[in-house]
Design a protein around this ligand. Structure first.
Ligand code: CP3
Length: 362
């Protein structure tokens, strides 16, 4: 399939100091490993996707499913935001729900937005039917996309892999798709711990195998999205989510740095115990406050409020970005990001202001 790619467009923009100070990949890898950097590296959750006109154009021709399952297209969409904004890292274009799908529970997108799982997982017998073995084999289209992306990035820009956390995936699987409030995973956790633990253990095995495959294909780090972690009371976080992420981090055995992003979670000790190199911080708390709660040698990632990208003016975005950079000045292990994903309605001029502010920070 012919997809227009222009590798030379990956070269740094005139105002990107990366041109003068080593590669963007090196900057990202240094921050991931808690080493000094010239300025914090930057990438944004959901940097690829509907906020970009070039993504929307491709989406006119292909379904989301085609985009993520066709390596050429997944690679192209992954690279789009890197070309446009000169980010220090690319994140694989895919979705957390490809893992449940590879275990036997498919998904599809609803016309009005949101996702729907194609079958229901309700009880122990449904959970027993899920197949966690051979997940990486069934996700070979991801391996192929990673290979193409690596070739295009050519060592200049870092590449991130990812997966959903067992708790967050369990919520989508038991709820049967998107929901205003996710309640069924919490109910199962409290009512039938044996069934919940079996599901979490199967997801832990599947996610571990999937991330190992991504690491073998050369990603520079992996992020675990525990986007629903904050739905848990702090007292339940470790048992329902934290311990499973800890098992994944332990099994990955430092073959690549791990970023744990657990949105809304304030169970700091349990977050630290996951063993993640970097903890992603949402915008519901001051970064300096999160820093005080975590061990000193923990990397931090975050946490500009994504709403600024739709509602504010570029000058405000630049000022708020600079405020975060000043707070984290001279701190090793800081990676600039939003507190959650880029909203589809984000204004291009705001993303440009953000990128330029980080890239020109001295
Ligand atoms: O960050 C990136 O740029 C990489 C790509 C990425 C997507 N989804 C693409 C996507 C990543 C990392 C995800 C993770 C993901 N997927 C999460 C966790 C992260 C978070 O935001 O908290 C979750 C909960 C999902 C599940 C999911 N995917 C839902 C509920 C939906 C439907 C709602 C929606 O936003 O449309 C998706 C769809 C989805 N995933 C899109 C994209 C670009 C939109 C697809 C389209 O219509 O083009």
């Amino acid at each position: 399939m012919a997809v227009e790619t222009n590798p030379t467009a990956l070269a740094a923009k005139p105002w990107d100091p990366a041109a003068a100070h080593g590669s963007r990949r090196e900057r990202m890898r240094n921050a991931l490993n808690f080493l000094p950097v010239d300025r914090p590296p930057m990438w944004l959750m959901r940097q690829a996707g509907r906020c970009l006109p070039e993504y929307r154009a491709l989406r006119q021709k292909h379904s989301f499913r085609q985009l993520i399952r066709t390596p050429e297209l997944a690679a192209e969409v992954t690279l789009q935001p890197v070309r446009r904004f000169g980010f220090d890292a690319a994140i694989l274009f895919s979705d957390i729900l490809v893992v449940p799908e590879a275990m036997g529970q498919g998904f599809r997108f609803q016309d009005g937005g949101g996702v729907q799982m194609e079958s229901l997982v309700r009880d122990l017998s449904d959970i027993q039917k899920l197949c966690e073995n051979g997940v990486a084999e069934r996700l070979q289209y991801v391996a192929a996309a990673l290979e193409m992306i690596k070739r295009d990035l050519d060592g200049r820009v870092a590449l991130l892999g990812f997966a959903g956390s067992p708790w967050t995936l369990a919520n989508f699987m038991l709820e049967g798709g998107s929901a205003k409030r996710f309640v069924k995973a919490g109910e199962l956790f409290r009512r039938d711990r044996r069934a919940y633990d079996l599901l979490a253990a199967k997801l832990t095995a599947a996610v571990t195998e999937f991330l190992q495959m991504q690491i073998a294909r050369g990603v520079d780090a992996v992020q675990i999205f525990d986007s629903l972690g904050g739905d848990l009371p702090a007292a339940e976080f470790e048992a329902a989510s934290g311990q499973w992420m800890e098992k994944i981090v332990t099994k990955l055995n430092r073959h690549a740095p791990v970023i744990v992003y657990s949105k809304g979670t304030r169970a700091w000790d349990a977050l630290a115990r996951t063993g993640a190199n970097v903890i992603g911080i949402d915008h519901g708390i001051a970064l300096a406050e999160a820093e005080r709660r975590l061990p000193r040698d923990t990397g931090l990632q975050g946490n500009l409020d994504p709403a600024l990208l739709t509602a504010a003016e570029p000058a405000t975005v630049a000022a708020e970005t600079r405020l975060l950079l000043e707070q984290m000045r001279d701190r090793n292990g800081y990676i600039f990001n939003l507190g959650h994903g880029v909203p589809p309605q984000a204004k291009m001029e705001n993303l440009e202001a953000l990128a330029a502010t980080v890239q020109n920070f001295v």
